[in-house]
Design a protein around this ligand. Structure first.
Ligand SMILES: [Zn+2]
Length: 83
């Protein structure tokens, strides 16, 4: 079974990207009338984060660095030898 990757549409280039690679940014509802109380958050891809800097206000959340496969750490570490 293929693993379902959650895809998200970038608000900048309208492309589909894996959700975990997206940036969450804040934007003004009305760019012609920037109002900090009238904002929304949306997703941007890494490319648009660099390219469309004037189109968003702030980065709320950056993608987390890719994790390596779970290394199943077994709890076999002995408590530091006492004595
Ligand atoms: Zn994009």
């Amino acid at each position: 079974m293929p693993r379902a990757v959650r895809m998200t549409v970038c608000s900048g280039c309208i492309g589909d990207f894996p959700h975990k690679e997206m940036y969450l940014v804040s934007r003004y509802m009305d760019r012609g009338n920037p109002d900090p109380t009238n904002m929304y958050s949306t997703m941007y891809c890494a490319k648009c984060i660099k390219k469309d800097k004037e189109h968003y206000v702030d980065i709320i959340e950056k993608p987390k660095p890719p994790k390596k496969r779970k290394t199943t750490k077994k709890k076999n570490e002995k408590n530091s030898k006492k004595d």
